[in-house]
Design a protein around this ligand. Structure first.
Ligand SMILES: NC(=O)c1ccc[n+]([C@@H]2O[C@H](COP(=O)([O-])OP(=O)(O)OC[C@H]3O[C@@H](n4cnc5c(N)ncnc54)[C@H](O)[C@@H]3O)[C@@H](O)[C@H]2O)c1
Length: 419
C-alpha cells in the first residue's frame, strides 16, 4: 500500500508526487491518461519543467514512485486534477468530481484527502465533503480528514517553489488542517499557515485575481498613454519607484490556465458584486482585438499582407500555449484575410502549424512580437531586414531594442507607447 496517492500527474501532480517520493514516502501517481502513466513508469516526463526529469527518474528507480490509471488504498489522497472553465465561463469541476468518486472507493477511516486543484471558494466544504460522505458513509472531519491546500508554484520554477514557497493549509476542521500540515512539513521549507478550507480557496483565487486586476490596470493605462503620446514603460517604471506601488506590465492579453481562469470563479458565484473583477477580465480579454486593430492599421494599403508572429506561448520562456492571447490574434488576423506565419521556439501543442524563424520572417510586412521569450532579444534587425518585405515592428511586450531596429530602417510601434 502506498502512503500517498496523487491524482493527476500534470504540472502540479507530477512534481508533487516525485518530491514526496524523493523524501522517502511510498507514492502512487494516478492519471486517467494511460500514455502519461506509461511514460512516468519508464522514468520519463510528458511536460517540460527544469529538473523534473531527474527527480522523476530517481523516484521511479528508488521504487518509491509508481504510476497507475486508478487509485489504490493509501493513507493520504492528493487531488491535483484540472479545474478549467466551461464554455460559459463557469468552473468545470467535473475532473474534481471524477477524482473524488474514484478515490472514495478506496477511502477508509483515518485517511486524509487534500484538494490541491484551484477551486471556487466553498468547493471543499460544500461539494467535496458531502460527495465523499455520501459515497463512503464516513463523516468528514470525524472519520476521515479533509483539507484544501492550494498551489502557488510558477511554471519554470516549480521544483524550487514547491519546496521554498509558503503554504496555506485549509482544513475542513482545525484537526484536518493539522493532519495536512504534517504531509507538507515533510518537504516544504517555507512557512505553513493553517486556516479553514474556504479561506484557503479564497486566498488562492484572490491571489490570481489581484494579478489579473493589476494587469488590467496596466493595460488600461497603456491605452491611455498611447493617446497621450507618452510611453507606459517609462510611466510604470517611475510609478513603481513609489515604495507602495507595484504596477504589472501591459501586454497583448492574459493567458495560461490560472490568471485568465480563476477570477471567473468569483464572477460566477457573485455576479452582482464581483464587478471590478469582471471588468478587469473583460479589459484583458479585449487586448487581442486592440492588437489586431493596430496591426491592420500598420498593414493599411498593403496588397496580400503577411505578418510574422513571434511568440505563441502565453508568457515568456515557457512552452505552455493554454488560453494564450496569441491564439485569438492569429485567428483574428487570418479571419481578416492576412497571411500569418507564427513562430515560437518553445511552444508545445499550438493549435496551428508553426514556422521556423526565417520562414516566418521571409516576405513579411509586419513583425508582430507577442511573447517575451529571451530568445527574441537576440534576433538581429539586419537579418530580419534582409528577409522581410516591409519594415514594421509591433512589439506588444516592450522587449526589443527599439533604437537598434529603428537604425535598420524599421518603424517600431510598442504597445503602451504613443511615441
Ligand atoms: N500549472 C500551474 O502552474 C498551476 C499553479 C497553481 C495551481 N494550479 C492548479 O492545479 C490544478 C492542476 O493543474 P495542472 O497544471 O497540473 O493541470 P494539468 O492539466 O497539467 O494536469 C492534470 C492531470 O490530471 C489528469 N486527470 C484528469 N482527471 C483525472 C482523474 N479523475 N484522475 C486522475 N488524473 C486525472 C489529466 O490527465 C492531467 O494529466 C489546477 O486546478 C490548476 O489550476 C496549477
Amino acid at each position: 500500500m502506498a502512503d500517498i496517492c496523487v491524482l493527476g500527474l500534470g504540472y502540479i501532480g507530477l512534481p508533487t508526487a516525485s518530491v514526496l517520493a524523493s523524501g522517502g514516502h511510498g507514492v502512487l501517481g494516478v492519471d486517467i491518461d494511460a500514455g502519461i502513466v506509461a511514460t512516468v513508469n519508464a522514468g520519463g516526463i510528458h511536460i517540460e519543467e527544469p529538473g523534473l526529469r531527474t527527480v522523476v527518474n530517481a523516484a521511479i528507480h528508488s521504487g518509491n514512485l509508481r504510476a497507475a490509471t486508478a487509485p489504490e488504498p493509501s493513507e493520504v489522497f492528493i487531488i491535483a486534477v484540472p479545474t478549467p472553465l466551461a464554455e460559459n465561463k463557469r468552473a468545470d469541476l467535473s475532473y474534481v468530481r471524477h477524482a473524488a468518486q474514484e478515490l472514495a472507493a478506496c477511502l477508509k477511516p483515518g485517511d486524509l484527502v487534500i484538494l490541491e486543484s484551484t477551486s471556487p471558494p466553498g468547493t471543499t466544504r460544500d461539494l467535496l465533503a458531502p460527495m465523499l460522505a455520501e459515497a463512503t458513509g464516513l463523516k468528514p472531519g470525524e472519520d476521515f480528514h479533509l483539507a484544501h491546500c492550494p498551489e502557488r508554484v510558477m511554471p519554470g520554477r516549480i521544483l524550487k517553489e514547491l519546496i521554498e514557497n509558503d503554504r496555506v493549509v485549509g482544513g475542513f476542521t482545525p484537526a484536518c488542517a493539522e493532519r495536512a500540515r504534517d504531509v507538507y512539513a515533510s518537504f516544504v521549507e517555507g512557512k505553513i499557515i493553517l486556516t479553514d478550507a474556504t479561506t484557503a480557496e479564497m486566498v488562492k483565487v484572490l491571489e490570481n485575481t489581484y494579478r489579473d486586476v493589476n494587469i488590467a490596470l496596466a493595460n488600461e493605462a497603456a491605452l491611455l498613454c498611447e493617446e497621450l503620446r507618452i510611453d507606459f514603460a517609462e510611466v510604470g517604471a517611475l510609478a513603481n519607484r513609489h515604495p507602495r506601488v507595484h504596477l504589472h506590465k501591459p501586454g497583448p492579453g492574459v493567458g495560461g490556465h490560472c490568471i485568465s481562469v480563476d477570477p471567473w470563479f468569483l464572477v460566477e458565484r457573485f455576479p452582482e458584486n464581483a464587478r471590478l473583477i469582471r471588468h478587469a477580465r473583460e479589459r484583458n480579454d479585449a487586448m487581442p482585438e486592440h492588437v489586431i486593430a493596430e496591426t491592420l492599421r500598420m498593414l493599411a494599403g498593403v496588397e496580400s499582407p503577411c505578418v510574422a508572429v513571434l511568440g505563441v506561448a502565453f508568457k515568456g520562456n515557457v512552452d505552455d500555449t493554454r488560453e494564450s492571447p496569441a491564439i485569438d490574434i492569429v485567428a483574428g488576423l487570418r479571419d481578416r484575410g492576412v497571411e500569418v506565419r507564427p513562430h515560437d521556439p518553445l511552444a508545445r501543442r499550438a493549435p496551428f502549424e508553426l514556422a521556423d524563424l526565417d520562414t516566418a520572417l521571409r516576405g513579411a510586412d509586419v513583425l508582430l512580437l507577442l511573447t517575451d521569450h529571451d530568445a527574441f532579444r537576440a534576433i538581429a534587425p539586419d537579418h530580419a531586414a534582409r528577409l522581410m518585405r516591409g519594415r514594421c515592428v509591433y512589439d506588444t511586450r516592450s522587449l526589443l531594442n527599439r533604437p537598434a531596429w529603428e537604425a535598420e530602417g524599421f518603424t517600431v510601434q510598442v504597445l503602451g507607447s504613443g511615441r
